[in-house]
Design a protein around this ligand. Structure first.
Ligand SMILES: C[S@@+](CC[C@H](N)C(=O)[O-])C[C@H]1O[C@@H](n2cnc3c(N)ncnc32)[C@H](O)[C@@H]1O
Length: 361
């Protein structure tokens, strides 16, 4: 059933699955790239009109979310857009999982062989139990990051659809890694990618810093096992560890550079604080932490259309923690952990923000 690769992404196990998922990709493109900009434009205009006429007033400088929901909801296209977003997500995961399930034995054997071949680079503690908050089915992926043994393969192809075919060669991860900010003294001997999922950035970090010891850390065992097998196939000597980002088990002051890509909006705010404290602990003085994330309210006001979208996704599209993240003073929370905070390198996806947090030397 090995049908080869699309770029560096394994193909689904049948041509019928691949065609179906191609259709879902265009369905997603229609919803996100064609419909949402119209819904956003219409809603922002109506909000501005309501503010101008005095029918609507901001509270503490913010338009109340209930008013955003009401005004955006008056557009007859909005519910269709919302239904499309949810339905494509359900169809995408269902068919992706069905496809890889057909070849489950081969996939499991591939990961087991890799584990046997390079056990010194796969760090899984027997008896580790992911806490409940990490076991939510984020983005509606069946079994989430932690509970489906095929989760790595399913996540890989699911995100290929999610990125609408623009990450088939890991090109998005290549940009994240290329733009990550090294410490001012340039010394990079040990690197950590937190919430690494299937290790796409982790292996590219090894390409950028070939002499460094590179680690990917994630709470999800299926993610880590897939990441490890994939790295081996790619001939990359990197370590993967199943652990909590708030309790990594690494020595203090032991990393020069840490990266995180879209992890913080997927944890509760209290966990975000704990992860930042732990990252501060494991970074050496002068070490540098590059963070790519969702927008948050400290970076100027998040637009009404983003708040509308994030709120919808949270309630109806399995993003339980993101509204609190978006409303948070993210930079303030990073600074409270002891970091010096500066704007990061920016990405071609300008929905995301980037931050560089430095542990004072
Ligand atoms: C959206 S994915 C991150 C994508 C990934 N950074 C990449 O390069 O594509 C979020 C990841 O964070 C992991 N995660 C969530 N909470 C975590 C925690 N407390 N500790 C470690 N990993 C966590 C999840 O298992 C998931 O793989």
């Amino acid at each position: 059933m090995n049908r080869g690769m699309i770029g560096v992404t394994p193909r689904p196990t049948t041509l019928a699955d691949e065609s179906y998922l191609e259709f879902i990709t265009s369905f997603r493109r229609l919803a996100i790239q064609q419909m949402f900009p119209k819904v956003a434009e219409h809603g922002e205009i109506r909000l501005a009109q309501a503010m101008e006429s005095g029918a609507l007033e901001a509270e503490d400088g913010h338009v109340p979310l209930t008013e955003i929901q009401r005004i955006f909801g008056e557009n007859p296209v909005t519910p269709t857009f919302q239904r499309f977003v949810r339905t494509q997500q359900e169809m995408m995961w269902r068919r992706t999982r069905e496809s890889f399930l057909r070849d489950a034995d081969t996939l499991m054997a591939w990961m087991e062989e890799a584990a046997a071949k390079a056990p010194e680079r796969l760090h899984i503690e027997p008896g580790f139990t992911p806490p409940e908050y990490t076991r939510r089915e984020i983005h509606c992926q069946p079994g989430g990051y932690t509970d489906d043994p095929l989760g790595g393969a399913v996540y890989h192809y699911g995100t290929k659809v999610f990125y609408e075919g623009f990450n088939d060669q890991d090109e998005l991860h290549a940009e994240l890694v290329e733009r990550a900010t090294p410490p001012a003294d340039g010394k990079v001997a040990r690197v950590l990618d937190i919430g690494c999922s299937i290790g796409q950035a982790t292996t590219l970090l090894k390409d950028r810093f070939p002499d460094a010891e590179v680690w990917g850390l994630d709470v999800g065992e299926p993610m880590i096992r897939y990441a490890h097998a994939r790295a081996l196939d790619h001939g990359k000597e990197v370590h993967f560890k199943q652990a909590l980002a708030e309790d990594t088990g690494f020595e203090s002051d032991s990393f020069d550079l840490v990266l995180s890509y879209i992890v913080f909006h997927e944890v509760p705010v209290q966990k975000m604080r704990e992860i930042l404290a732990e990252t501060y602990r494991v970074l050496r003085p002068g070490g540098s932490f590059t963070i790519y994330e969702f927008p948050s309210n400290d970076k100027g006001q998040v637009s009404a259309s983003t708040r509308f979208l994030v709120d919808y996704d949270s309630r109806n599209n399995c993003e339980p923690y993101s509204p609190d993240f978006v409303a948070a003073d993210f930079r303030g929370i990073i600074a409270e952990a002891g970091f010096e905070v500066a704007d990061g390198p920016g990405l071609s996806n300008d929905f995301l923000q980037s931050i560089v947090a430095t542990k004072p030397a």
